[in-house]
Design a protein around this ligand. Structure first.
Ligand code: C2E
Ligand code: MG
Ligand code: MG
Ligand code: MG
Length: 287
């Protein structure tokens, strides 16, 4: 019986692998046409200063809807795009879209916000990145101080190259955030050499901080560390009021997460700017 069972197990596993492989091929195929078919959009998740309940920035998050595949989340298709050069085109599309959108918001009279754009590893290592960004900034007329690039620790394994790349990007006048901080393995001594501006505490620590002493200690440590390195700190993945309070006690006032807002469509950002402020003030967040 064990033998039969084993074989069925294998067949099941084999079929599953085959499905995964098939989906991957499909995603790759459709990704190639996604830009020209206008299948991407950007959503924007507010970053809030909890002391004022004001949005201070927006993180742009790509969304993909394909007629055959439906919605595919970036966690699934970005790694696939990373394996080809498609990610470069997608990355440039995101940068262009985000910068133009942010400029338009300002023209519409919304107080200036910083827009954060996630970079992929290939994009970060692409020698043409700086010129592409420069061109996009010129063409969108966005003041570079309102553009922030998000990188991750895993992109900065080549320390010397990373420092040089970051320095050169920063000459454009933009700012740099280290995303998902705490999940990688950048050493403290490297971190202090990187010309970055912001640490984003990974949501896995923030999410569990009210129920896990280990997580809350990690969050506390990262906040303290960012203070001593003179970096701003953002907590991502804030889903409830208890977490918010705890972060406040630890000295982290900039937060991002479902508690304030999910990522929202471009045409909802303007009203969200005013809604979040009035909603949370009336709830007595200050008290
Ligand atoms: P990320 O940059 O760390 O973005 C945060 C992710 O956490 C987003 O998922 C966001 O929707 C989600 N999130 C925000 N607040 C909460 C919360 O309170 N609870 C929970 N459970 N989740 C929260 P999303 O949009 O699915 O993006 C996943 C990842 O895909 C991003 O992680 C980023 O690494 C990548 N990504 C997204 N857009 C782009 C892009 O334009 N370019 C590149 N290269 N990568 C992107
Ligand atoms: Mg990010
Ligand atoms: Mg993150
Ligand atoms: Mg992430």
């Amino acid at each position: 019986a064990a033998k039969v069972n084993g074989r069925n197990q294998f067949k099941y596993w084999d079929a599953q692998l085959n499905d995964q492989f098939h989906r991957r091929i499909l995603i790759e195929k459709h990704l190639k046409k996604a830009i020209e078919n206008n299948e991407f959009t950007l959503y924007y998740q507010p970053q809030i200063n909890q002391l004022t309940s004001k949005i201070i920035g927006l993180e742009s998050l790509i969304r993909w809807e394909n007629p055959e595949l439906g919605f595919v989340m970036p966690g699934e298709f970005i790694p696939i795009a990373e394996e080809s050069d498609l990610i470069i085109d997608i990355g440039n599309w995101v940068l262009r879209e985000a910068c133009h959108f942010n400029k338009q918001l300002q023209l519409d009279g919304v107080p200036p916000l910083r827009i954060a754009v996630n970079l992929s590893t290939k994009q970060f290592l692409d020698p043409a990145l700086k010129d592409n960004i420069k061109m996009i900034l010129e063409e969108s007329q966005l003041d570079p101080q309102y553009l922030e690039l998000e990188i991750t620790e895993s992109m900065t394994i080549e320390v010397e190259i990373s420092i040089r790349t970051l320095r050169s990007l920063k000459k454009l006048g933009l700012s740099i955030a280290m995303d998902d901080f705490g999940t990688g393995y950048s050493s403290l001594s490297n971190l202090k050499e990187f010309p970055i501006d912001i640490l984003k505490i990974d949501q896995s620590f923030v999410n569990g901080m009210t129920s896990s002493l280990v997580n809350s200690s990690i969050v506390k440590t990262i906040i303290a560390m960012s203070k001593s390195l003179d970096l701003d700190v953002i907590a991502e993945g804030v889903e409830d009021k208890e977490t918010l309070k705890m972060l406040n006690e630890y000295g982290c006032s900039i937060v991002q997460g479902y508690y304030f807002s999910r990522p929202i469509a471009a045409n909802k950002v303007r009203e969200a700017y005013y809604e979040i402020m009035s909603k949370h003030f009336s709830e007595g967040l200050q008290g």
